[in-house]
Structures are given as structure tokens and as C-alpha cells.
Design a binder for this molecule. Structure first.
Ligand code: SF4
Length: 344
């Protein structure tokens, strides 16, 4: 597929053809007597070299979206009920099993929040990082070892030649996450999904891991989907942000613009919960109430039971995600008023 390179305001190069595109994607989780609508008709694109953050509380649908892109929805139970996922113009949902396996191992990769549960405790880290190389690139034992040690050095695991033979329990949390990154990068993927990659780590290690991911991304112009509930991590690392609530994208735009001037009351609530040095010991703001039950969501706008701006219109009519400025969308009947800080 022909692509052309353009530049954003920040001179960040992006391609005009998306690397990944979700079109009206809906996901459901079926259990014995109920269906939870985890994701509702979402549309998203990620470009080469771009970091798109998906931000939201637990249960907002961000991890389910990541699992769907990776073809990892839990079976039985997890279902793509509607929509399409394109990767480099190829529709993923209807791929044959052989095509799917080839693509997922080589071009799309994911790292999870908890490296210890993702790593096999009885296999050495060297063996685990090398597994994909052995199977997919048919490298010899020596070639695999050489490449694995290179990867371990790339993610800055010290003394890689010796640590190659060690087991996951012999690594700290930060080093285990580096092993996961080496494993995810073994095949030089074009898209990396990082699902809460630093949540289990302390702040210093968190910053190191994010810096490492950014450096590795720049090397290969890899697309990065960063799933997080941490506003600081998103603000520092993403180019654009999609805010999810109850399975809907409620706001999307350049991260700086969205954080400075949100256009949805839910995003406003999230921003108010960021601690600030100017708060002088004031209590942190939080969003009253809880996210809805996805098996029985509220009518109209899913956020209305928690929204201080809700009207009858909100209770009856679901707001659509609509453009409010170039590259900026919000799903709120009163997005313009929110942008202008009216009645909020
Ligand atoms: Fe609040 Fe209404 Fe906007 Fe929903 S549509 S976020 S309830 S103002």
C-alpha cells in the first residue's frame, strides 16, 4: 500500500495511511445469563511512529480493545460482535489461522502489566526470549543465543551473557519488564501494545521503562498503543489520547490539547484528580459514583449518573463522538460548553 509522510504541529513524522485502524468495533463478554457490552462501536487509528494512549478507569474497555487487536479475547465468552480491525490495510478479524499466526508473531506484539505472570517460571529468560526466533526465523542455537544477548543489551539488562541463563524469579520487577520488552521486540514488530506496562513498578523504574520504550519506538518507527489509567504516564509519553468510559470513546485528540482543555465532563473529572503542587493540602477531587454495570448500562449517555451537567437530553439520547475541532472529538451533548468552562 502506498503511503505518504506528513508532519504534525510538533514535527512528528506520521504516515497518512494508518498502521492500525478499528472501524466500529464492538466487543461483548458472554456469561451464562448475561452479556456485558465491553466496547461499543469504537473507531481508532494508530500511525507509524505514533504513541496513542488509551486512558480510562478499570472496566472502561481499554484492555479488551488491546486483546481484540491481538486476537487474544478470552474464549469462550469474548466475542467481536461488530466491526473490523485493519492492520496495514489487511482485515484481521477474518484472517485464516495460518495468516493470523504469522502476523501476530511477527508484526504485532504486546506487553502486559505483570511480567512475572506472563513469564514461564521454569524456563530461563534466554530460552523464552529466543523462542520466537527459533520457531519463526529458524535460527541455529548459537545464532539465537547471540541475538537474545543483543536484545537483552538493547533493553539494558546488565551482564546479559550471564543473566541469559537465569530464571525470571532472579530478576527484579523492572528487569522482568525489560525481559518482556526484549521478548516483544524479538521479531521487530510494527505495532507494540503496552498494557499498563509500568503499573507494578516504582516511579523511577517506571520512567526508565517508558524512556526505553520511546527510544526503541523511534528506532523502528513502531506504532505504540499505550494503555494506562495513569495520567502522568500518558501526559509524558503519548502523542494522542483516546479517553474511554463504559466501552465508549468519549474524547480523543492531541494529548496536550486534551489535557489542557478537556471537552468532556469525564475527562474534566480525570484532570481534576491530578495532584498539583498548588493545591496546598486541599483534598483531591474525585469523580463521584462508580462506572456502570456493562450488562445493564444506563440509557442515553453512559456517564449521566455521575455527571454534574446531565440534563433530560443526556438521560434519553446517547451522544455521538463528533468532531469539535480538527483532530479533536468529544461524545457529549454539551462539548462546546465544557470547552468554554461553562457550568462545570
Ligand atoms: Fe454529561 Fe450530558 Fe455530556 Fe453525558 S452528554 S457527559 S451526561 S453533559
Amino acid at each position: 500500500m502506498e503511503t505518504t509522510t506528513t508532519a504534525t504541529e510538533s514535527n512528528r513524522p506520521i504516515k497518512s495511511e494508518p498502521l492500525v485502524e478499528l472501524r466500529n468495533l464492538s466487543l461483548e463478554f458472554h456469561s451464562r445469563n448475561k452479556i456485558a457490552k465491553a466496547v461499543n462501536r469504537i473507531c481508532l487509528e494508530v500511525y507509524h511512529g505514533e504513541t496513542l494512549a488509551i486512558l480510562g478507569e478499570s472496566g472502561s474497555g481499554k484492555s479488551a480493545t488491546a486483546l481484540a487487536i491481538m486476537g487474544l479475547l478470552p474464549k469462550p465468552g469474548g466475542v467481536i460482535s461488530e466491526g473490523e480491525i485493519f492492520f496495514e490495510g489487511k482485515e484481521l478479524v477474518r484472517l485464516s489461522e495460518t495468516e493470523r499466526r504469522k502476523l501476530y508473531g511477527e508484526k504485532l506484539s504486546i506487553i502486559f502489566q505483570d511480567p512475572l505472570s506472563a513469564l514461564n517460571p521454569v524456563l530461563t529468560v534466554g530460552y523464552q526470549i529466543g523462542e520466537a526466533l527459533r520457531k519463526r526465523k529458524s535460527l541455529s542455537k548459537n545464532e539465537t543465543k547471540k541475538r537474545v544477548i543483543e536484545l537483552m543489551k538493547l533493553v539494558r539488562i546488565p551482564d546479559a551473557e550471564n543473566r541469559y541463563k537465569q530464571y525470571p524469579y532472579q530478576f527484579s520487577g523492572g528487569m522482568q519488564q525489560r525481559v518482556m520488552i526484549a521478548l516483544a521486540l524479538a521479531m521487530n514488530p510494527k505495532l507494540l501494545i503496552a498494557d499498563e506496562p509500568t503499573t507494578a513498578l516504582d516511579v523511577t523504574v517506571q520512567a526508565q521503562i517508558m524512556r526505553l520504550l520511546k527510544e526503541l519506538q523511534e528506532r523502528n518507527q513502531m506504532g505504540l498503543i499505550l494503555i494506562s489509567h495513569d495520567l502522568g504516564v500518558v501526559a509524558e509519553n503519548a502523542d494522542r489520547v483516546a479517553v474511554m468510559y463504559a466501552g465508549h470513546i468519549v474524547e480523543i485528540g492531541e494529548v496536550e490539547t486534551v489535557f489542557k482543555n478537556p471537552a468532556h465532563p469525564y475527562t474534566v473529572g480525570l484532570m481534576s484528580s491530578i495532584p498539583s503542587a498548588r493545591q496546598n493540602g486541599d483534598r483531591l477531587q474525585s469523580i463521584e459514583g462508580l462506572p456502570p454495570n456493562l450488562a445493564d448500562p444506563p440509557t442515553g449517555c453512559a456517564f449521566h449518573p455521575r455527571c454534574s451537567m446531565a440534563t433530560d437530553l443526556c438521560r434519553k439520547k446517547e451522544p455521538l463522538l463528533e468532531e469539535i475541532a480538527p483532530g479533536r472529538k468529544s461524545a457529549c451533548h454539551f462539548a462546546k460548553e465544557v470547552l468554554n468552562h461553562e457550568s462545570i
